[in-house]
Write a protein that binds this ligand. Structure first.
Ligand code: ADP
Ligand code: MG
Length: 264
C-alpha cells in the first residue's frame, strides 16, 4: 500500500542521526539516547608507567534503560562510568548527555551536572554512621530541588520498617539499599552503580538488585550498573561488555530475568 510505504519512508527520513537523536531498528520502538560517548580514551600517568584504561570507547545509553557494564577487573568499567558521571575526565574523546557535551564542561559545570542529574552507588555504602537511615537520605533531600521524601525513597528500596535504624544496626544489604535510596531520592535522571553487590552475598545482593530494578522501572531512571558477575547481566535490558579498555560486545536481553531469580 502506498500509505504504508510513505510512512516508512518518512520515519526513515525524519529519524535524527546525531548524538542527540534517537536510534531504532526493525521491530523496536525508537529509543532516545541519554548518553553518547565517542572515541573515549583515558590514560593514567605518563611514559613508561602510563596505563591505558580506555582505548577508544564508543557507547550509547538509552533513556530509561537498565544497562549492565560487564567485564573483568581492570577492563575500564569504573573509569568509563566515572567519566559519564562527571567524576573524571577523559584524555581524549567526547561524551554527550542529551545535547550537553560533558567533555566541554569545566569543573564547576561538571559539579552542577552531577548534582542535578546523577545518583551514584558504590561498592561500599559510605553512610554516615552517626545518622539513621532516614537522616542519611535527608542529607541529600534537604538540598535537592524536587526530591522524594526520605521515607518514600526508603520505602521504594524495601526499608520502610528501618527508617530509624543506624547503619551499624543494618545488614550490609540493608545499608546498600539505604545508599540506593540516598542516590535516587533527588530523582536523578541517571543512576550509576559501580559493583553495588560486590561486598554482598548472593541472597542479600539480590535484594539490592531488586531495589535498583524497581527504581529503574518505577522512576524511569536511566541506569548503568557495573559488575564482573555474568549472572547479574541477566537482569539488564542491554549488556555492554568491556575488555582491556574497549567495548568487546553489546547484546540485548530478549527477555530480562527478574533480579529475584538471580543467584551466584
Ligand atoms: N587513578 C588511577 N591511576 C592510575 N591507574 C588507574 C587509576 N584508575 C584506574 N587505573 C587503572 O586503569 C585500568 C582500568 O581501571 P578501572 O576503570 O578501575 O577498571 P575496572 O573498574 O574494570 O576494574 C586498571 O589498569 C587500573 O589499574
Ligand atoms: Mg571498577
Amino acid at each position: 500500500m502506498a500509505s504504508a510505504g510513505l510512512s516508512q519512508d518518512r520515519s526513515a527520513n525524519e529519524r535524527p542521526r546525531g548524538p542527540q537523536g534517537t536510534a531504532s531498528g526493525p521491530g523496536r520502538p525508537e529509543r532516545r539516547r541519554a548518553f553518547v560517548a565517542r572515541g573515549l580514551t583515558k590514560v593514567y600517568g605518563k611514559g613508561e608507567v602510563a596505563v591505558h584504561a580506555l582505548r577508544g570507547v564508543d557507547l550509547e545509553l538509552f533513556a530509561g534503560e537498565l544497562a549492565v557494564l560487564l567485564g573483568p577487573s581492570g577492563s575500564g568499567k569504573s573509569t568509563l562510568v566515572n567519566i559519564m558521571g562527571g567524576l573524571d575526565v577523559p584524555t581524549a574523546g567526547q561524551v554527550f548527555f542529551h545535547d550537553l557535551e560533558l567533555t566541554a564542561f569545566d569543573e564547576r559545570a561538571l559539579t552542577a551536572y552531577r548534582r542535578e542529574n546523577v545518583g551514584f552507588v558504590f561498592q561500599f555504602y559510605n553512610l554516615v554512621p552517626s545518622l539513621t537511615a532516614r537522616e542519611n537520605v535527608a542529607l541529600i533531600t534537604d538540598i535537592a530541588r524536587n526530591p522524594l521524601a526520605p521515607e518514600e525513597a526508603l520505602g521504594l528500596v524495601g526499608l520502610a520498617e528501618r527508617l530509624d535504624h543506624f547503619p551499624a544496626e543494618l545488614s550490609g544489604g540493608e545499608q546498600q539499599r539505604v545508599a540506593v535510596a540516598r542516590a535516587i531520592a533527588k530523582k536523578p535522571e541517571v543512576l550509576l552503580c559501580d559493583e553495588p553487590t560486590g561486598a554482598l552475598d548472593s541472597k542479600t545482593g539480590v535484594l539490592v538488585l531488586e531495589a535498583i530494578e524497581r527504581v529503574n522501572r518505577e522512576l524511569g531512571t536511566t541506569t548503568a550498573m557495573i559488575t564482573h558477575n555474568a549472572a547479574i547481566a541477566e537482569m539488564a535490558d542491554r549488556v555492554i561488555s568491556l575488555a582491556d579498555g574497549r567495548i568487546a560486545g553489546v547484546r540485548e536481553n530478549a527477555t530480562k530475568r527478574p533480579a529475584r531469580e538471580l543467584a551466584w
